[in-house]
Design a protein around this ligand. Structure first.
Ligand code: HPA
Length: 250
């Protein structure tokens, strides 16, 4: 099978930037509607690549309104087999201060009202996926090894809690999710990871911590500060993606 990698960019990542040579940009209609943006195909540092900004080119689509099914369906329809997703998160546990990069290994879904499956009951039989390990072990190993090769700090485990957004959480909600075992909270991890599994696409998330979650520190959350941290962290995310692709192609 031909391997084709896609990067799904989250907040702060609307292009792959320097080194990405765009060959084609295609709008994709799917049975579930259209994708968040045109799907960009091209080469990034010698590798054939696909890029899709999850929130649209101008960050105009909030997390709960993203058409996750269209995005995943369209990526598979052009041959994508592996996805490196980027997710901005808030950190709960002490090992996840702002600017940390983490590769979650577990996920808890707190979202509601999102179209979260391709298996709507119109198949011959009822379909269930195994989701014991929600992220691809192979891709996680590649990204973890890439961080070592590049001498980058990376937190290599963690449970990602996915909230509906777009508002941030109350301090009590964060306390509850912390008791549940969450280490970090974001708004876009689900249903994306599960839809990828339904399509048998290998999927990993690189989480960039952009703030302490609500109530971890005494002060209220400051959106300008979050934007600044995001802007600071984007280069290291891209470096880690590039390193992972280099390894994957060896
Ligand atoms: N909560 C949920 N999603 C987020 C956060 C947060 O604190 N920071 C970035 N995305």
């Amino acid at each position: 099978m031909t391997v084709l990698y896609a990067v799904i960019g989250g907040s702060g990542i609307y292009s792959l930037g320097d080194g990405f040579v765009l060959e084609r940009s295609e709008k994709k209609e799917t049975p579930f509607g259209h994708t968040s943006a045109e799907i960009q195909r091209g080469r990034w540092h010698r590798h054939e690549m696909v890029f899709l900004p999850r929130h649209g080119e101008k960050h105009q689509i909030p997390p709960h309104a993203i058409n996750y099914r269209a995005n995943l369906w369209a990526l598979q329809s052009i041959g994508v087999t592996h996805i490196i997703a980027v997710n901005a998160v808030g950190g709960i546990t002490a090992n996840l201060p702002p600017l940390t990069l983490a590769i979650p290994d577990q996920i808890i879904d707190y979202t509601s009202g999102r179209a979260h499956t391709f298996f709507e009951g119109d198949q011959q039989s009822v379909e269930h996926i195994d989701f014991t390990l929600p992220y691809s072990t192979t891709l996680r190993d590649i990204v973890i090894t890439a961080s070592k090769v590049a001498n980058m700090d990376l937190v290599t485990t963690g449970t990602y809690g996915c909230t509906n957004g777009p508002r941030l959480e109350s301090a009590a909600e964060i306390r509850k999710m912390s008791h549940d075992g969450c280490n970090m909270i974001g708004m876009t991890g689900m249903p994306e990871a599960a839809l990828a599994r339904e399509l048998s696409i290998e999927y990993v998330s690189i989480a960039l911590v952009v703030n302490w979650c609500a109530g971890i520190e005494d002060s209220a959350l400051d959106m300008d500060q979050i934007r600044q941290v995001l802007a600071q962290g984007v280069d290291s995310v891209k470096r880690l993606i590039r390193g992972s692709l280099e390894l994957a192609r060896q």
